[in-house]
Ligand binder design. Structure first.
Ligand SMILES: [Zn+2]
Length: 440
């Protein structure tokens, strides 16, 4: 990877469309962007497609006046701004966590709090682009399979775009807050008697044969284009510094793919007049963290394998957002880990819940269980201490954890151990309160 100072040394384009193609991640075969939805995978080899910029940048006059995801419109393959369907997503806070850094013996720790997005998760970044592109391509119906956050996000953006939204969810495996969101936004919800992987298989089969319905799971490359803006924001929020480490939860592998794509684009193309000046030419190491009961990517990495995974047939973790045994973007995720000189690991559910409470009680950030996996990972390597090579490097570095969803989406997970009914109750008079405080 090289760093260049200029945004583009390529020739000016006649239209934005001329500068983009869909490219197979494996065999590099290319296709026209606007043919997406007629097929979802490479026709030559069956692998996933990605958006690739093939020409110079076509600058938009007023992109700089926008905030959040659409600030980076020039780097997103949408041709007509009129098609943008937005809820002002992105632009989430980057919170420096000094209390937690002290506790874990780290020099510099930040949390990118993606629970601040309009529907409470990072999925909104990808969905605003995915739905805008669905509108541009002329679709009236969209579908996804979901562990919860994707369905909430798709339902919200579909409502705003007047699209018919169908979501497939694994029966009984969705957090209460998330299913409530999908119901409120008016999606057609269908429960599948199986797990997430079964739901995605069914949704894919229908969308591949019925070209009236656009599939909006994270294999949809336009969603990746929206999610990559997280990396652009990180560099801007760190005043042009590229972090040394980015640690994030991994379920289906879409977000780790996006984060790496964002940093790759900065380092390959400069992009200084879009994301601002940045220092250094070194990419961050990307660390993907999975739950122990659903960790095919981490286990492949640990076995030194980057060309295949062993899917987990019956994945199990209480962190429902990453309860995925057969991640669709595994190849891209492992490439992101390898190319960034990063790593992958897994943590137990117990470690996840401890980390969730730690982040809330030490920093005031309440995230859903899956989002606590990066903190659980840092706690784990801090515990191992000097016996962990990674910890020795991390403790003197700038580390950013991506927390993907708001804790309010899944309150039941936390309330399993603490029932509100068991909390101390006093009669409604000051004397009783005084007695309690004196006896504390
Ligand atoms: Zn191919």
């Amino acid at each position: 990877m090289r760093a260049s100072k200029k945004t583009s040394s390529r020739p000016k384009l006649r239209s934005k469309k001329d500068g983009y193609a869909l490219r197979c991640f494996a065999c590099k075969e290319t296709y026209a962007i606007d043919d997406y939805g007629k097929f979802y995978r490479c026709k030559a080899c069956g692998n996933l497609l990605e958006v690739k910029r093939t020409g110079g940048l076509k600058k938009t006059r007023d992109a700089g006046s926008r905030l959040g995801v659409w600030k980076y419109l020039d780097l997103i393959p949408l041709w007509n701004e009129k098609n943008i369907i937005s809820l002002s997503e992105g632009g989430t806070n980057l919170v420096e966590c000094k209390n937690l850094a002290n506790l874990l013996g780290l020099k510099s720790l930040y949390v990118k709090f993606e629970g601040q997005n309009p529907t409470g998760s990072f999925k909104d970044r990808g969905m605003t682009v995915g739905i805008s592109k669905a509108v541009e391509l002329g679709f009236n119906t969209v579908m996804c399979a979901s562990t919860g956050n994707t369905s909430a996000s798709l339902a919200a953006y579909s409502a705003r775009a007047n699209l018919h939204c169908i979501v497939l969810v694994p029966k009984g495996k969705i957090a209460m807050g998330k299913i409530a969101q999908a119901i409120a936004y008016g999606a057609e919800i269908i429960q599948v008697d199986g797990n997430f992987d079964d739901s995605l298989r069914v949704a894919s089969e229908i969308c591949e044969s019925n070209h009236e319905i656009l599939l909006l799971n994270s294999l949809n490359p336009f969603r990746i284009e929206g999610q990559k803006t997280t990396s652009f924001e990180l560099v801007e929020q760190l005043s042009g510094r590229i972090p040394d480490y980015v640690v994030l939860p991994v379920g289906n592998g879409g977000n780790i793919t996006s984060i790496w794509k964002g940093f790759s684009e900065i380092l390959e193309n400069g992009l200084e007049d879009i994301v601002g000046p940045h220092r250094g030419s070194k990419a961050p190491r990307i660390i993907g963290v999975q739950a122990e009961g659903a960790a095919p990517i981490a286990r492949a990495f640990m076995a030194g394998r980057f060309d295949s995974i062993h899917p987990v047939m019956n994945p199990h973790t209480e962190a429902s957002a990453i309860n995925i045994g057969s991640p669709v973007s595994w190849m891209k995720a492992l490439a992101a880990i390898r190319d960034s000189r990063g790593s992958a690991d897994y943590v137990s559910d117990e470690e996840i819940f401890t980390a969730q409470k730690l982040l809330a009680s030490k920093e005031g950030l309440f995230v859903e269980p899956a989002s606590a996996t990066p903190i659980a990972y840092l706690s784990k390597i801090a515990r191992i201490g000097e016996r962990s090579n990674e910890y020795e490097r991390i403790k003197t570095s700038t580390v950013v954890c991506i927390t993907t969803g708001n804790g309010l989406k899944d309150p039941n997970a936390l309330l399993k151990d603490v029932s509100p009914a068991s909390l101390r109750t006093i009669p409604a008079d000051a004397k009783s309160l005084e007695t309690v405080l004196v006896n504390n």
